[in-house]
Write a protein that binds this ligand. Structure first.
Ligand code: SAH
Length: 270
């Protein structure tokens, strides 16, 4: 370790990746969905989001990503961002004053209305992330995600900024970065134009509250295992009915919670 601060300042991924001819202020790019991520590890972005369809969409300016380095708001020569937990205990806690400066920087130019620009702290204590959350986020103008590290963030800054806590699941990660990338992936793929085939997001798991049916491709027979006959029949009605039945059976067997919610929705409609 050296004393040189490893600060990169603001790392705006979109700007450097957009080819010259796409950098003009086209209406599409101006209104493009934006993610701002506050993190001690800005180099971790775009990470896997820079690959495949999300990466192509990022390069094309269909969405933008700005990683804001928390370290640059740190205190003193060493740009300290954390301190020991008040009251004792293991680990370190991110300081409220340092986090507040980063949140203020991240809020510049964003709408006050949180339904148009959610402010999220990735946290195992948060509301579990799900497909409905991804859908809601994909209809906003953008989002700010705060990635914690160590034991987490001082509660006072979470209260002061009225931050919503969202969890990737019932397990503990070492930091919020992987959770942020997972949630961004689920959200960005729902933005118009990101997936080649828009219909595929309507048919897949969770869109009707059910798990997806099994998928098959060629060869028609592999290691003595044929694909189900009905899929080769060319009869679209029968194929749709088979897939629906498979979805229902899988959901019932694997996810009684989703199945119960699905049944309740059907009952409501009747
Ligand atoms: N002491 C905390 C865990 C801290 S883990 C507790 O028990 O609740 C360090 C950081 O990783 C957190 O601040 C959070 O930003 C991130 N993190 C860990 N697990 C996560 C999860 N399941 N979902 C989202 N973020 C998580």
């Amino acid at each position: 370790m050296t004393d040189t601060p490893k600060s990169h300042g603001r790392l705006s991924i979109a700007a450097s990746l957009i080819p010259r001819d796409l950098m003009g202020p086209t209406p599409q790019l101006q209104g493009a969905w934006q993610a701002r991520i506050i993190t001690l590890f800005p180099d971790a972005f775009p990470g896997v989001l820079g690959e495949s369809l999300t990466g192509k969409a990022l390069q094309e300016g269909l969405w933008g990503l700005e990683a804001i380095d928390l370290r640059q708001f740190g205190e003193g020569k060493h740009r300290n961002v954390d301190d020991t937990p008040t009251g004792g205990g293991a680990g370190m806690v991110l300081r409220p004053d340092v986090v507040a400066k980063a949140l203020t920087e991240a809020s510049r130019g964003t709408p006050q209305d949180r339904s148009r620009w959610p402010l999220i702290y990735l946290s195992p204590r948060g509301k579990p992330f799900d497909q409905a959350t991804a859908r809601r986020w994909s209809t906003t103008q953008g989002i700010t995600l705060l990635c914690g590290r160590f034991e987490g963030v001082d509660q006072r800054v979470l209260d002061a900024f009225d931050i919503e806590e969202v969890s990737l699941g019932d397990f503990v990660l070492t930091g919020g970065e992987i959770a942020a990338q997972a949630m961004l992936d689920a959200t960005v793929r729902l933005l118009p134009g990101v997936l080649g085939n828009q219909a595929s997001t309507e048919e897949e798991s969770f869109s009707e509250g059910l798990l997806e049916h099994p998928q098959y491709t060629r060869p028609a027979e592999w290691q003595g295992r044929p694909v189900p006959d009905v899929l080769l029949s060319g009869h679209h009605g029968k194929i749709a009915a088979w897939r629906q039945a498979q979805s229902e059976a899988l959901t019932q067997a694997r996810r009684p919670d989703l199945w119960a919610a699905h049944q309740a929705r059907l009952a409501d409609k009747r």
